[in-house]
Design a protein around this ligand. Sequence first.
Ligand SMILES: Nc1ncnc2c1ncn2[C@@H]1O[C@H](COP(=O)(O)OP(=O)(O)OP(=O)(O)O)[C@@H](O)[C@H]1O
Ligand SMILES: [Mg+2]
Length: 227
Amino acid sequence: MPTIVFASPKGGAGKSTSAVLLGTELAASGAAVTIIDADPNRPVARWARLPGLPANLRVLDDVTEKTIIRVIDDEASRVAFVIVDLEGTASRMIPYAMSRADLVIIPTRASTLDAVEAVAAVREVKQQEEAFRLKIPATILFTCTSAAIRTRTLQSIEKDLILNQVPVMSVRLNERDAFRAIFSFGGTLRTLDKTSAPNIPAAIVNAEAFAREVVTILRTARAGVAA
Ligand SMILES: Nc1ncnc2c1ncn2[C@@H]1O[C@H](COP(=O)(O)OP(=O)(O)OP(=O)(O)O)[C@@H](O)[C@H]1O
Ligand SMILES: [Mg+2]
């Protein structure tokens, strides 16, 4: 079953947040999900130890560069979705995880400096594709965007990406307190206490749309391979 890898050379781009949002949304739809926390700082494993982890979502954090491929393969044979959260800095686990990816998501904030690094990351995935002779779809995901406005900077970055044929997800993960709150209180957006963050329903709508688009991209990529 599909493996989705979150990678970006830029620290703090939103990999772990987006990985947990995707995992919890897919789990909320009834699918069995495993998140592999491949970051030595173990941010996802820390979240998983808080109360409220969904019963159909498992977090594994005991992976090394020697074991990551086997762990991904084992989990992919068992569950509906495997999600890998990588660390921000260069690590040998990155190419190994990518060699098993059905989709690589590269989160970035909507700043030109960050977007330049995200585009470089997409190019690196292309190099991995050639090295492994594999098809590895990769897409940029904007994170921490404003729910209220599509800033001029974001508009200009998106225009550039489209011109250069760099894939970008249409759903952006807005900056939402609720997305931070799950890491403080545990559980999912749906189990958060209403007093722990403002406008949780809007956060759920955003995260749901994100998960739906990921599933659509995976389906389209699979249909392309089958054709
Ligand atoms: N959509 C969002 N809304 C609100 N806060 C966010 C969002 N995305 C990320 N953040 C916050 O930004 C910071 C960095 O996010 P996160 O840890 O997910 O990034 P990362 O790419 O995994 O970082 P690292 O490279 O250190 O692993 C965190 O404080 C997180 O709470
Ligand atoms: Mg992280």
